[in-house]
Write a protein that binds this ligand. Sequence first.
Ligand code: CA
Length: 229
Amino acid sequence: MTKILIVEDEQGLVTLLSYNLEKQGYTTAVCMDGHKVMATIANEKPDLILLDWMLPNISGVELCQMIRQNYETKETPIIMLTARGDEADKVKGLSQGADDYMTKPFSVPELMARIGALLRRTKNIPVQENLSCAGIEINFSTRQVTRDGQLVHMGPTEFRLLQELMQKPGHVISREDLLRSVWGGSIFVELRTVDVHIKRLRQALNFGKRPDIIRTVRSAGYAINIDKN
Ligand code: CA
């Protein structure tokens, strides 16, 4: 059973979401109080979280950070729900750890499609040979990434992006190809989303002023730098 936690303070929306999610075969849990989110997550152990950006007392940004910093939930996929259509807020939400974003009022079929796509891309990370290059190592059995032997924390989308880039070190992979392999070619995801997650991946990998390991090739895509200068 796939369980989805709805974090939302509008009763009408909670009812609509629960009804539609259960119709799709998901189990649901609800939290309407921002202060109880972390406790609810610990109890319910959801597979995915729908997170309202505008909760009383606590912001979606703070909650995103708390979820990502918690060892148990650092890889739980998050879709942010927001009333704002502002592009800056979208980027902010994604940069704080959300995996996807929807603006209210949203279409229920589109949300269901996005949930399905996000679950597919975060659940099906195949166990394979570990990858390493330029001081970075991906261990697929522990799902940990290290750089120069130090653990690097990242969300599930960044993990998948890094995996794609590390499979062909030095090769330029187009944003379209990254979108297809990491997001499963979801028609709802824009190319700019790839850039936002690459930015987050960079922030995670380039800790302690380490040189940037990801090369941006204008109008072509991204590559892992193999010559560390
Ligand atoms: Ca709200």
